[in-house]
Write a protein that binds this ligand. Structure first.
Ligand SMILES: N[C@@H](CCC[C@H](N)C(=O)O)C(=O)O
Length: 276
């Protein structure tokens, strides 16, 4: 049998979206197969969404399965896609998104979807990273990184020019370093010449570079501020797939803004339910 999906992307970070009510016997196996860009539809993950449309604003429970078949507690661009999907269904301009990392509010703002991110932390036990104090400009596996959790862990390295970095070579040793009990995403950033930053991220779970990473963009902005590289608000961050804007609201929480596109719809095969 087959079930429907909708394909969305946020600045090139792309997801199949499947209603959580659909019969999917093994979500991890479906993500491994269908995220594969040669044998499957091809995506950076599958978002299983359980909308609760009777609330005002509507709510949606988001679960991200990544191409390695495992879940991740939070995804900035995925949350923006989940918000757009829910807005498309309901006509609402605001959505509450329940993630494993906490509840986020999303609002439409012209062409952009803006989300208030979960609280960020540099506290080692909360990242998690094995250290006695926040990891700032420390060398891990030969790379100078600062470590923050913006919903998921990121090791952020500021370099002169992100184009000159061989990310597929330098990121995996850091991503798998013993210092990170749950692994980490690895993000490099360089000044864009206009007060913002260019960004490239090697994602845990994708095990490769993606065109954009929302939690990574927020990590670039908050680490840049913590290291005194900028005091701008907002901070413009440019992953390869587009333009994201990180701001800081009066609750001290970062917000992430950028465009979202509905690409196409389709169907994927799943095992039918076993008859009793
Ligand atoms: N692309 C995402 C991050 C998804 C989770 C990440 N790969 C992890 O395992 O921590 C984003 O936009 O934030």
């Amino acid at each position: 049998m087959s079930i429907p999906f909708q394909k969305y992307h946020g600045t090139g970070n792309d997801f199949l979206i499947i209603h959580a009510d659909e019969h999917v016997p093994d979500r991890g196996a479906l993500a491994e197969r269908e995220c594969d860009r040669t044998v499957g539809v091809g995506a950076d993950g599958i978002l299983f969404l359980a909308p609760e449309e009777k609330f005002n604003p509507p709510r949606v429970v988001m679960t991200l399965f990544q191409p390695d078949g495992a879940t991740a507690p939070m995804c900035g661009n995925g949350a923006r896609c989940a918000a757009e999907w829910t807005m498309d269904r309901t006509g609402a301009d605001s959505v509450m998104i329940d993630t494993q990392a906490g509840t986020l509010r999303a609002d439409r703002d012209g062409e952009n979807v803006v989300i208030e991110m979960t609280p960020l932390t540099f506290v080692p036990d909360e990242v998690p990273v094995m250290a006695d104090e926040p990891v700032l400009k420390a060398e891990i596996e030969g790379l100078e990184v600062s470590v923050v959790n913006t919903g998921v862990p990121h090791a952020v390295s500021f370099v002169d020019n992100v184009d000159n970095v061989d990310l597929e070579a330098i990121a995996p040793p850091v991503r798998h370093a013993d210092a990170f009990p749950d692994g980490t995403n690895v993000t490099v950033a360089s000044p864009d010449g206009s007060g913002g930053f260019r960004q490239r991220t090697y994602e845990r779970g994708v095990e490769g570079e993606t065109d954009s990473c929302g939690t990574g963009a927020v990590a670039v902005a908050v680490v840049a501020r913590r290291l005194g590289l900028t005091d701008a608000d907002p901070v413009d961050v440019h992953p390869p797939g587009g333009h994201l804007r990180v701001s800081f609201n009066d609750r001290g929480r970062p917000t992430l803004a950028g465009p979202v596109e509905h690409e196409f719809d389709g169907e994927v095969a799943v095992e039918p339910p076993v008859e009793p």
